[in-house]
Design a protein around this ligand. Structure first.
Ligand code: ZN
Length: 342
């Protein structure tokens, strides 16, 4: 990136009300067939436009073509039966009825590559594409086939790598793997989680990122955060291993969170996407509040490696709030650019 402090979002942005029920996770589509395909593309272009208008440098599809950041990818795979459902605890936090792995998993055809090609046609800005990470995928399923979290994660890593290589060929500049599970299963992260992530990113020439967060601003997550005490030191567990890994960029949350900023020191040398927008509140940050968080982060990350971003996706927010937050992010980064060049 030539731009100093290139801004981006962690991933999802709200969908228009004519495409899906607003402010809802797993919201059902309101269109069908060809109308749905066209509707998703229209929504993608609107979402891109909102990002460009807000001065966001690294743009995305706003995840307009998926119902959920993990489920939609898994829906396209062989070996997972969505009719056979079991209740499991997602990230040790909340019960959910999930599909079952009933056989060898595979990817019969690409999942997001057409969408990525469409986005590539719309803009010359660098584009970032989010995929779920292997550990977060296995945590959203009941496994009745491999009966080993590690083996299933490894199979998913191979599938993700196929998809990632095709996304790269479609012109994606940064491929981001979402691994909120890295903030929960610390032993597994260090035993095989980071290795599975590197497998998913193997051989890519574009940049790679991993996004680790405290989740959307939904009740299960805000309740969980209340149990974490005054300092959130979860990143301390995965960061040393990630610092040694082949992943280029680490995306973390900082705005209004209790993560001690000095934990960023543990990934010194990596590019850092610092969350300077809180996605768990409807209060829109002022540009100065964003700038303040970025200034604090600059104590622990070199300016040429600081990528201002949002804490997580903004799908559950209203479009008005999300657009306001995008603008605050763009304007806040601009304040710091001016300070650095002064
Ligand atoms: Zn997130």
């Amino acid at each position: 990136m030539k731009t100093l402090l290139p801004t981006s979002t962690a991933g999802s942005l709200p969908k228009p009300a004519w495409l899906a029920q607003p402010e809802t996770l797993w919201s059902p589509w309101k269109l069908q067939g060809d109308e749905l395909i066209e509707g998703k593309q229209d929504a993608l272009r609107l979402s891109l436009n909102d990002q460009l208008n807000a001065g966001i440098d690294i743009v995305s599809d706003g995840e307009q073509t998926r119902q959920h950041f993990v489920t939609t990818f898994i829906e396209h795979l062989d070996g997972v039966d969505f009719e056979i459902r079991k209740t499991v605890k997602i990230r040790d936090r909340y019960d959910a009825s999930v599909p079952t792995v009933v056989g060898a998993v595979g990817r019969p055809k690409s999942v997001f590559v057409d969408d990525a090609k469409f986005l590539r046609q719309q803009t010359k800005q660098p584009i970032k594409w989010a995929l779920p990470g292997p550990m977060t995928m296995i945590d959203t399923l009941y496994d009745d086939h491999y009966k080993s979290r590690e083996n299933l994660a490894w199979e998913f890593a191979k599938i993700l790598n196929q998809e990632a290589r095709e996304l790269e060929a479609a012109g994606v500049d940064i491929i981001q793997f979402d691994e909120p599970a890295f903030n929960v299963f610390f032993d597994e992260v260090n035993d095989w989680g980071v290795a599975a992530l590197e497998k998913a990113a193997e051989g890519l020439k574009c940049e790679t990122a991993v996004h680790i967060c405290y989740g959307y601003g939904i009740k299960a997550n805000t309740d969980w955060k209340k149990t974490l005490g005054s300092e959130w030191r979860q990143y301390e567990e995965a960061f040393p291993k990630l610092q040694q890994s082949s992943i280029d960029i680490i995306s973390l949350e900082a705005q209004n969170s209790r993560v001690p900023m000095d934990l960023i020191e543990l990934i010194r040398g990596k590019k850092v996407m610092v969350g300077a927008i809180d996605v768990a509140t409807n209060t829109v940050e002022t540009p100065e509040e964003v700038a303040d968080t970025l200034r604090k982060a600059l104590q622990f990350v070199d300016a040429d490696k600081l990528y201002p971003a949002t804490n997580c996706g903004m799908t559950p927010l209203s479009r008005r709030v999300a657009t306001g937050k995008l603008k605050a992010l763009g304007a806040g980064a601009e304040i710091i650019r001016k300070e650095l060049s002064a």
